[in-house]
Design a protein around this ligand. Structure first.
Ligand code: SF4
Length: 346
């Protein structure tokens, strides 16, 4: 049994699991690290979100450590050296950050090298040949990152040159097809793996639009603000004030839970109603808009006037307002506009 050890960037998805199994087959001791961020998932192999990094680890007997990138990740989202992808996803910087963190783990555990499940050409931004070279250099790990699934399409690493890893037993997978990976999974007896996913929340156009809008008004958003971006309809009142309207019962519950009574909340009495939060600076105007939005998205929307209960730090009172019309919604809603619709309207 070899005493060589590798650290794997591991999501629990198909590609990173295959990378680990390929190394285990060569007798390399693998310790896996799953990186988490505030935007949904890690995807150290880009084939899947890390829904369950532990199931394959248990089945095949390797260790997984979870590591949250926390504020370091937020900083690269705000200001990525290599820019954003199509949306707010700073994939190049994200991978460099994960590798730098993994390097620390490598040094701590006395591991010799890193592995990832990346497949050459699978993703446009971070898995081109030149991008991989830049990532390795920026992470200070040139020659020390082995990508077992595409190794035969890439320059030999130090581990292959030294004979620590047998290059002949590595693969030449490239491009977007998953067929070779699925065939290899069958060989390894890996039957239970998640379907491929597109990436973290930052790859979603609507979430990215909201995030960009938030950063334009609040350069240092709280974690709570970032989490709230996933929920409800959002309306901008001023630089320091926003209204959020829950879209269903689950969102209403999550809004109340996340907000923990820090904001003024509203709901229509006697009708099915959204929870509405007024975040930040509360003015008479913002309260009145929040109340009419609350009425508009409740079952009282057909009434001329609805009673909206306001809870301001335990002080409870009622505002009677007309449900908001389209013009009010249009004026304040934070929404990525469909270019075609905008042109037709103009
Ligand atoms: S999609 Fe990009 S930014 Fe998001 S976790 Fe994956 S590599 Fe990082």
């Amino acid at each position: 049994m070899s005493t060589y050890r590798a650290i794997a960037l591991y999501s629990g998805g198909l590609d990173s699991t295959l990378a680990v199994l390929t190394m285990l087959k060569q007798g390399i001791d693998v310790k896996a690290v799953t990186f988490l961020n505030h935007f949904g998932c890690d995807i150290s192999d880009k084939s899947s979100c890390s829904k369950d990094p532990f199931s394959a680890a248990e089945k095949f007997g390797f260790e997984v450590k979870l590591c949250h990138l926390s504020d370091k990740f937020i900083q690269i989202v705000k200001n990525p050296k290599f820019g954003h992808g199509k949306n707010m996803n700073p994939c190049m910087d994200c991978r460099i950050l994960m590798l730098r963190e993994a390097r620390e783990f490598m040094d701590m555990t006395g591991a010799e090298f890193l592995i990832t499940g990346e497949v050459l050409g699978q993703r446009p931004m971070s898995q081109r040949r030149d991008a991989l070279d830049i990532i390795d250099r920026e992470a200070g790990l040139k020659g020390l990152i082995l990508r077992p699934l595409s190794a035969k399409l890439l320059k030999p690493t130090i581990m292959e040159e030294k004979g620590i890893v047998n290059r002949d037993l590595l693969y030449d997978f490239g491009g977007r097809s998953r067929k070779p990976q699925m065939a290899l999974a069958e060989e390894f007896g890996l039957t239970d793996y998640p379907a491929p996913a597109g990436g973290c929340l930052l790859t979603e156009p609507n979430y990215s639009y909201r995030l960009r809008e938030l950063l334009d008004h609040e350069p240092d958003p709280s974690l709570e603000d970032l989490s709230l971006l996933r929920l409800g309809r959002h309306f901008r009142m001023s630089d320091s004030s926003k209204i959020i309207v829950g879209r269903n019962r689950n969102e209403n519950e999550s809004l109340l839970l996340l907000d923990a009574e820090r904001s003024v909340s509203l709901r229509v009495e006697g009708y099915a109603s959204p929870i509405v939060l007024v975040r930040g600076n509360v003015t008479e105007d913002s309260l009145s808009v929040a109340a009419s939005l609350c009425a508009r998205y409740s079952d009282a929307r057909h009434l001329k006037a609805a009673d909206v209960k306001v809870n301001d730090s335990g002080r409870v009172y009622t505002l009677t307002v007309a449900p908001a019309g389209e013009d009010l919604i249009e004026k304040y809603k934070i929404e990525k506009k469909d270019k075609k619709k905008a042109l037709i309207r103009a």
